[in-house]
Design a binder for this molecule. Structure first.
Ligand code: RTP
Ligand code: MG
Length: 154
């Protein structure tokens, strides 16, 4: 049996404020993934800046950090045998104009507003997923989940 892979999905503030988007996204997550943990939080700019540290110095960093601290975000730790790639495929391209013409039914194609307000985040590798999950859930136990039978018993 393939092992459960985990990723972190973050629903960004403009999508959390949009009831149509938030319920659509929640439903699609429920259909495709095992939901391991969910919480709604409010980041301040220092916390948002730390989360996006890898982008510090890029031209979009300040507006990204300000935006991520502009309202509640939903965190979902989600599992699937191919969670990281599947969630990023469901998001579609980072840039919303690309998402709208290349993959209009992706989450960014449907609900994206700009390159900053592009609906949701997805970890880009297993090491990023572990770092990002620990960032928001410091006590998280990966070992038990990686070795769980959650997929078989869905
Ligand atoms: P994410 O990390 O949010 O899943 O998105 P990603 O891997 O597809 O994109 P990444 O390059 O990691 O960028 C992180 C977030 O920064 C914002 N961004 N704005 N040109 C811009 O204005 C621009 N480029 C990136 C987006 O919100 C992106 O999701
Ligand atoms: Mg990224």
């Amino acid at each position: 049996m393939d092992k459960l892979q985990l990723t972190l999905a973050i629903i960004k503030p403009h999508a959390v404020k949009n009831p149509v988007a938030v319920s659509y996204i929640r439903n699609i997550i429920k259909q495709k993934f095992v939901i391991v943990k969910t919480k709604r939080i409010f980041l301040n700019t220092v916390e948002a800046g730390n989360f996006y540290k890898e982008h510090e110095g890029k031209f979009f960093y300040n507006r990204l950090v300000t935006f991520m601290a502009s309202g509640c975000i939903d965190l979902h730790v989600i599992g699937h045998t191919n969670a990281i790639k599947l969630w990023r495929r469901m998001l579609g391209p980072t840039k919303v104009y690309k998402a709208q013409y290349q993959d209009p039914n992706s989450l960014r194609g449907l609900f994206g507003i700009s390159d900053t307000r592009n609906v949701a985040h997805g970890s880009d590798s297993t090491s990023s997923a572990e770092r990002e999950i620990k960032f928001f859930f410091p006590d998280f136990s990966f070992y038990n989940w990686y070795n769980s039978d959650e997929i078989r018993y869905r």
